[in-house]
Design a protein around this ligand. Structure first.
Ligand code: ADP
Length: 375
């Protein structure tokens, strides 16, 4: 087992971010061969039961080309127009690339608001996991045409967006494909003596100083926003690798444990920290469960509606609630149903959820990994 394998051998959910500089050629056109190769690699990963989500830049570049602008506009309305024109072509090309492998793609356009509102975020998480369960490849981009901030500057050309997606959907690995081999100790395009870092264990101020300012002509994020993205991944237990998209089958090689690009490690006790955070957070309500459910929770199983006896307080999906049995508070968890929903489905078998609510968020009320037991 290689050093890399130790960390990357078990990853199941992967976000692949394709930067502007990888997806467009020097003449500004889409690099179709590259897109086809990405589709091939992802089809191979699907065979290994890995789930892959793409975050794809490139719409503005394609739009500029289609509108025959001949320059990279700074004016927001023109950039937004270019993005709107380019996005459909970008998706069409992704669709064609995946068609060869009988895989469907789905377009998801996101803005910051998608993450700040809990409900939109939960819906996003649900829709991505549903798409993945159907074997569809979600292809995400920033919603440039409606974004009110300066586009491609807010998320740093999708760097931050891809990290937020990876953390919110609890991905195990974020792969950032760029036009560079990884993170160097200074900008290698200006300093021939720059050294490539193969592993970053901790993002220290020194590592951050390697980011410098954006410098490539096509991309806008540079390394600064990639290091910011690595920080988000680090906090949420997701590994991140920056690698050169020009390497043949780069994604497969990374997952094979080959020493490619820069690997950012993550804190291994993230799970413990998360549980501690759940236990220490203020709760918005309480549920009472029966003995069977308490036993199941203690055996590290998810809580099902059939074990819920009573519901108090007003809470929403995604809130932290207390779990009580026989008058004793013994656990806390993040609920996947609101108090109103739970009032209707408490005590019921999972099969009855759709009948009563007309829809189903999940089979469980609280997922096992979202429950912290209080000793
Ligand atoms: P993408 O479009 O793939 O997101 P960017 O062009 O935004 O990529 O960022 C990659 C660029 O960052 C590199 O091509 C390089 O010019 C620049 N860069 C600046 N500092 C560094 C560094 N320390 N290590 C590697 N690349 C750096």
């Amino acid at each position: 087992m290689t050093y890399r394998n130790k960390f990357l051998g078990k990853v199941e959910k992967i976000v692949v971010k394709v930067g502007t500089s990888s997806i467009t050629s020097d003449d500004g056109k889409l690099n179709i061969e590259f897109m086809k190769n990405v589709a091939y690699q992802i089809s191979q990963l699907q065979k290994l039961n890995k789930q892959v989500i793409i975050v794809s830049s490139g719409s503005i570049g394609v739009g500029i080309e289609m509108l025959k602008l001949g320059y990279r506009p700074r004016e927001i309305p023109i950039r937004q127009a270019a993005a709107a024109v380019g996005q459909s072509v970008l998706m069409q090309e992704w669709r064609k690339a995946f068609d060869d492998y009988d895989l469907d793609v789905a377009q998801i356009l996101l803005s910051y608001d998608s993450f700040s509102s809990r409900l939109t975020y939960l819906n996003l998480r649900n829709s991505i996991s549903t798409l993945l369960s159907y074997g569809v490849i979600p292809i995400i981009n920033e919603n440039d045409p409606t974004c009110v901030h300066e586009i491609e500057a807010t998320f740093g050309d999708n760097d931050k967006l891809s990290a937020m997606v990876a953390s919110k959907i609890e991905a195990d690995l974020l792969i950032m494909l760029s036009d560079i081999d990884g993170l160097y100790d200074k900008n290698p395009k200006r300093n021939p003596d720059a050294k490539l870092l193969s592993t970053v264990e901790e993002i220290t101020p020194e590592i951050e100083s390697f980011g410098g300012n954006p410098s490539s002509t096509k991309g806008t994020g540079g390394m600064r926003t990639k290091i910011e993205a690595a920080k988000i991944c680090n906090m949420t237990g997701c590994f991140m690798v920056i690698a050169n998209s020009a390497i043949e089958n780069v994604i497969l090689k990374i997952l094979d444990g080959e020493q490619i690009g820069t690997l950012f490690l993550t804190k291994e006790d993230v799970h413990k920290n998360r549980i501690r955070w759940i236990i220490l957070s203020k709760s918005s309500g309480k549920i009472v469960v029966d003995h069977g459910a308490k036993n199941a929770i203690e055996k590290k199983m998810s809580l099902l509606p059939s074990g819920v006896v009573d519901v108090t307080g007003n809470f929403e999906r995604g809130d932290i609630i207390e779990i009580e049995c026989d008058g004793y508070l013994f656990a806390k968890g993040i609920t996947d149903y609101s108090s109103d929903e739970l009032d209707l489905i408490k005590g019921l078998h999972t099969d009855k959820i759709v009948e009563v609510l007309g829809y189903k968020n999940y089979n469980h009320v609280i997922k096992q990994e979202n429950i912290g037991i209080i000793n």
